[in-house]
Design a protein around this ligand. Structure first.
Ligand code: NAG
Length: 242
């Protein structure tokens, strides 16, 4: 079993605690700084899955949030902007949750807040893959993000999965498949997508492939239209009917 228990000090948990100290300086501003490598284990097997299954309708407005699972700015950003906007106009939006990290030379990914964050990112990507309705995977991600310091403890993931009708075993299977190579590949693809968009800060919200607003260091920055939910809803509706 990959996920550490919430109770009892295990080697992995100890490692995560050490990682937490190492990345302490970077906790306030979640742009990319010091990092710890999560290696890619085992054979490079899974080559298939995309984060989005085929969807029926066209003209959906692309909305994307680029986050790190253990970043406090991701919590504010999802809670105060992305979720409330999605609650109002989800039917007009093609929503993608993407992650920020650094691909490593050994086919792994480095995450700013350590390997526990990489694992949290993979779990959130697996939720997006298995439950593509944003009501489910975004709700689940918000649930984890509320207690981001506890990511990736098993009990938190189980609680949030239960709350959002997600099968924990399927999630765990996705994250650990092929000796974790499958999950790491999902994360590498997501991290590459973020890098290609030129995004480095968690949380960056992009609308129609343009930066719409950034939450960084506990403040909204780079938000020419403001961080208001209604302004985002109006912008989405305009693009949808254009
Ligand atoms: C939604 O966005 C994803 C990622 O950009 C893309 O692969 C997919 O084709 C889009 N789906 C629709 C229906 O626009």
């Amino acid at each position: 079993m990959l996920l550490p228990s919430r109770r009892g000090l295990q080697p992995l948990k100890l490692a995560l605690t050490v990682a937490a100290y190492l990345s302490l300086a970077a906790l306030l501003y979640c742009s990319f700084g010091p990092h710890i490598v999560l290696p890619r284990y085992g054979s490079p097997a899974a080559e298939s899955s995309q984060p989005h299954p085929p969807q029926a309708k066209g003209h959906l407005v692309p909305l994307e949030a680029h986050i790190m699972s253990k970043c406090p700015d991701a919590k504010d950003c999802l809670r105060d902007l992305v979720l409330p906007a999605m609650q109002k106009v989800h039917e007009k939006v093609n929503f993608t949750l993407s992650f920020i990290g650094k691909p490593t030379e050994n086919d792994g990914v480095a995450c700013m807040h350590g390997p526990g964050e990489c694992l949290g990112n993979i779990i959130e990507l697996c939720a997006q893959l298995l439950y593509p309705d944003p009501k489910t995977f975004l709700g689940f991600t918000m649930c984890l993000t509320r207690d981001y310091q506890e990511i990736p403890q098993r009990e938190l993931i189980e609680d949030c999965a239960l709350e959002h009708a997600i099968d924990f075993d399927r999630l765990n299977e996705c994250a650990t498949k092929d000796n974790s190579a499958f999950g790491v590949k999902l994360l590498r693809e997501s991290v590459r997508r973020t890098a290609e968009a030129g995004v480095t800060k968690s949380c960056t919200v992009r609308l129609d492939d343009q930066v719409y607003c950034i939450r960084d260091g506990g403040k909204w920055t780079d938000c020419p239209h403001g961080p208001g939910v209604n302004d985002l809803v109006v912008a989405i509706s305009k693009l949808y009917s254009a």
